[in-house]
Design a protein around this ligand. Structure first.
Ligand code: PLP
Length: 465
């Protein structure tokens, strides 16, 4: 019945959306009046649009549909759990799936991170981690130790405090934030490092900036550093190898909590359940996660917290002080049940597949560097970014006026691929079940989409490459 309704009235849906739906991240000129491509179905790595056209889901939704669309194993578990227990209050009760999932997640987390607090997504996970840091320092009698270090290029969410950490261009131009609580550092973006500088010197420069900031402000004022191991929405920024471990050490030496935001990099995107330990040799104090934990089938996120911090709280002089923080949907039984089934799928072959296919994915995408509009293709695991530039010398990103990413996306949609355009960049992070043939299709379409964009730009006289 859902399908029949769906086929009959695609245009009506568009009209309803334009009249009544407020879409995320709208401009003032379009708010509440915008039609976006209608997506009606999905299977494996593909989605189907309102016209019935099949597209490769290049960004896997929003880096989240890791196990792929239309997995019977996930859908049926959601149904069964809802029929058994659809909801229980986490204020006074608890459910079996939440406790079992916490244990399984803790087993994968590095170091002594063995307790999990569940939220409704990534922003609420980050918010929970930061509020935990504030609570932790209040209980320890360090109420001044609250500043948060974040970085240019970061994306940590859309709630007030998490959004205050964001450092991507334009995110904060028209939006307020808790600026008095946050200190911004440079993005560890090797592509945009000073001309002629080696990666080693670049890393030293970033570390020196961090040390200088800590000594200028005072470690007694700084509660936490938060960073994505790979800045995802900032354009898949892979930092120099030694940079994160060095920052981790400075944090430890200065009693600053190190929060790894693994909302994107966990649950298989880099071939591991968590990447902090296995990929980057890190043992954070807190890891935040979301998205891939349920492969996007249910809005769930959370944070994994170090036993050391919890033990300190339990031993404190304020055993009745309350972490007054929790969401109606904290530990949601349906979300936790589907996350358990999703972990089964990851363990049952998807993690191994992601590890095996990632080099081919990266290698094939890098062939796009042959195109003169492409400045760099970078990434690791199953996340990559194609960054377009006016020319490789100036690295001018051709930004606002040309909207290169949007143009490439429009051509690729015609050709059968959904791209995630970010100003002058295209981010590719498909479902982890993608095969070699499907990677070939994806790269061929992207190549053609970029070529057509180059033709357009030449015809319009805005680019002569
Ligand atoms: N942290 C990171 C690294 C993200 O990429 C995102 C979303 O893209 C978030 C946090 C926010 O997650 P959500 O949109 O689920 O609130």
């Amino acid at each position: 019945a859902i399908r029949e309704t769906a086929q009959s009235n695609a245009q009506d849906v568009v009209e309803l959306a334009k009249r009544h739906l407020v879409q995320p991240w709208p401009t003032a000129g379009e708010v509440g009046a915008e039609a976006r491509p209608l997506i009606r179905g999905g299977e494996g790595i593909y989605i189907t649009d309102g016209a019935g056209k099949r597209l490769i889901d290049g960004p896997a939704g929003m880096w989240c549909v890791n196990a792929g669309h239309r997995r019977e194993e996930l859908a049926s578990v959601m149904y069964e759990q809802a029929m058994l227990l659809s909801y229980n209050t986490p204020w006074y009760t608890m459910s079996e799936p939440s406790a079992v999932l916490a244990k399984r997640i803790a087993d994968y987390a590095p170091g002594d991170l063995n307790h999990v607090f569940f939220t409704t997504g990534g922003s609420s996970a980050v918010e929970s981690a930061l509020r935990f840091m504030q609570f932790y320092n209040n209980v320890r009698g360090r109420p001044e130790k609250k500043l948060i270090l974040s970085r240019g290029g970061a994306y940590h969410g859309s709630t007030y405090l998490s959004a205050s950490l964001n450092g991507r261009p334009r995110d904060r131009d028209w939006m307020d934030g808790a600026d008095d609580l946050v200190v911004k550092l440079s993005s560890p973006n090797p592509f945009r490092r000073p001309e002629g500088m080696s990666l080693a010197i670049f890393s030293n420069m970033l570390v020196a900036e961090f040390e200088e900031t800590v000594s200028r402000i005072g470690a007694d004022k700084i509660g936490a550093f938060i960073g994505e191991p790979i800045q995802a929405s900032g354009g898949v920024i892979v930092p120099p190898d030694d940079y994160l471990p060095r920052i981790r050490k400075i944090c430890r030496d200065n009693d600053i909590l190190f929060i790894a935001d693994e909302v994107v990099t966990a649950f298989g995107r880099l071939g591991h359940v968590f990447s902090s330990g296995e990929e980057f040799g890190l043992d954070p104090d807190i890891i935040t996660f979301a998205k891939g934990v349920t492969s996007g089938y249910f809005p769930l996120g959370g944070m994994v917290v170090s036993e050391r911090l919890l033990a300190e709280l339990r031993r404190s002089n304020h055993p009745t002080a309350m972490y007054a923080h929790g969401l109606t949907y904290t530990s949601h039984p349906v979300g936790c049940a589907v996350a358990l089934a999703n972990l089964d799928l990851l363990e049952g072959g998807i993690l191994a597949h992601a590890q095996a296919i990632a080099p081919y994915f990266q290698e094939q995408l890098r062939t796009l560097e042959e195109l003169p509009l492409v400045g760099e293709v970078r990434g690791t695991g199953l996340m990559a970014c194609v960054e377009c530039v006016a020319d490789r010398e100036s690295k001018n990103p051709l930004e606002l006026d040309t909207s290169v990413g949007m143009r490439i996306d429009a051509h690729c949609h015609e050709l059968g691929l959904l791209v995630r355009p970010l100003i002058n960049m295209c981010v590719m992070s498909p479902p982890l079940v993608i095969t070699r043939d499907q990677i070939d299709d994806m790269v061929a379409i992207l190549r053609e989409g970029i070529s057509r964009t180059m033709d357009d730009l030449r015809r319009e006289g805005v680019w002569q490459g």
